[in-house]
Design a protein around this ligand. Structure first.
Ligand SMILES: Cc1ncc(COP(=O)(O)O)c(C=O)c1O
Length: 373
């Protein structure tokens, strides 16, 4: 028990509620589980279980949506920012979405003014996905403080990284109670079983992705349903290092500033190469140095990434458009061209605390060599 008589987890929940200006903070095993429980908690309050979300994000939220029995409605992103244009949210509401889920992708805070007003007017719920944006702010207010509920993740590579863990934040007391009850009633897999499942799901995912690369144009056939292997990974019991999260929370402002500085350093080092850094908001907490090579096609993108990895350097060219992976019926606002373009043009280079300036200079120099070859 902590000094105030609270368990470390309860103390962390209380610190998070205060930090993120929320009435309730609920520690859950992962961000994906927080999403699934938020959706289930809202079930009785919607006439249609249809959630609008961008198609460009990590694949696990889709598993959370399927797990909760909701249907995804995919909206497009602006490739310049990775964020959803207001017009896409308007289309989603017209198509009957009961909830919108803006994502502060790559730590880039999304302007939520339009979506918030739209949700209020049309009685649609807003779930803020701040999993990649812990430490980011919008006009000095922390991401995690917006909408009916917010999701945080403390998983591997996140800005607060303790390997795993998530949090649901809300001001809605009824939702908070429903989520706590659902979480307590859940029967969770044993850790060894969970780990074995995770390995197998990742193996199948990468195998299908590699097959897709060898057979471009076969996206639906190659990836449809791949997310089903993730369903068993959604319910995750809370087992995170609460004091470790609290320690990182206390220095979040400084760590976000350091991430912005490193983002700027990469941009300066690669300034004359034709790359375009993602346009980040002033309060960003960049997850990585995310940039595009306009006009790039998938094959060359993959070859550049492979050449960097052959030099022993980290680079990512994520994500696979999520609508390719939906197994149950999904809907979309249109052709999602911004998502497809970003998918083909994006790269990310590391800027986490383990990546110092010398490593950043080495990464940038190697990237220059590789694209010149
Ligand atoms: C944007 C986004 N949302 C949700 C999640 C899910 O978080 P977790 O891995 O804690 O389930 C992630 C994690 O990678 C993410 O990047």
């Amino acid at each position: 028990m902590g000094s105030a008589g609270l368990s470390p987890t309860a103390a962390l929940e209380s610190e998070c509620a205060e930090h993120f200006h929320r009435g309730h903070a609920i520690a859950l095993g992962r961000g994906t589980w927080a999403l699934a429980l938020a959706l289930r908690g809202l079930e009785g309050r919607v006439s249609r279980k249809l959630l609008a979300l961008p198609s460009f994000l990590c694949q696990t939220p889709l598993a959370g949506i399927h797990h909760a029995g909701w249907q995804p409605l995919f909206v497009d992103v602006d490739p310049q920012t990775g964020l959803v244009p207001d017009s896409e949210w308007a289309k989603a509401v017209e198509l009957g979405a009961a909830a919108l889920m803006p994502v502060h992708l790559f730590g880039n805070p999304a302007d939520l003014e339009f979506a918030t007003a739209l949700c209020r007017e049309r009685k649609v719920f807003l779930i803020e996905d701040a999993c990649q944006a812990v430490g980011a702010t919008i006009a000095e207010r922390p991401c995690g403080a917006f909408g009916d509920a917010s999701l945080l993740s403390f998983g591997h590579t996140k800005t607060i990284d303790v390997g795993s863990g998530g949090m649901l934040l809300t001001d809605d007391a009824a939702l908070a109670t429903a989520v706590r009850e659902l979480a307590a009633r859940q029967r969770y897999a044993a850790p060894a079983q969970h780990d074995a499942r995770a390995l197998e799901a990742a193996r199948k995912f990468y195998e299908r992705k590699d097959r897709l690369l060898a057979n471009p144009g076969s996206e639906a056939a190659m990836l449809s349903g791949v997310i089903d292997d993730w369903l068993g990974l959604v319910p995750a019991p809370w087992a995170a290092d609460a004091p470790g999260i609290a320690r990182q929370l206390a220095v979040l402002r400084a760590s976000a500033a350091e991430r912005r500085r490193k983002f700027g350093l990469y941009a300066e080092l690669l300034r004359d190469t034709g790359i375009v850094p993602l346009r980040m908001g002033a309060g960003a907490a960049p997850w990585r140095f995310c940039f595009r090579m306009p006009g790039l096609e998938r094959g060359r993108q993959e070859r550049i990434a492979a050449a960097m990895r052959a030099r022993g350097l980290h680079i990512s060219n994520w994500y696979v458009p999520t609508h390719w992976m939906a197994s149950q019926t999904s809907r979309r606002t249109g052709a999602l061209e911004g998502t497809l373009r970003l998918h083909a043009e994006i790269f990310q280079l590391w800027l986490d605390p383990a990546t110092d300036d010398a490593q950043i200079r080495a990464n940038a120099a190697a990237f220059r060599d590789v694209i010149a070859a």
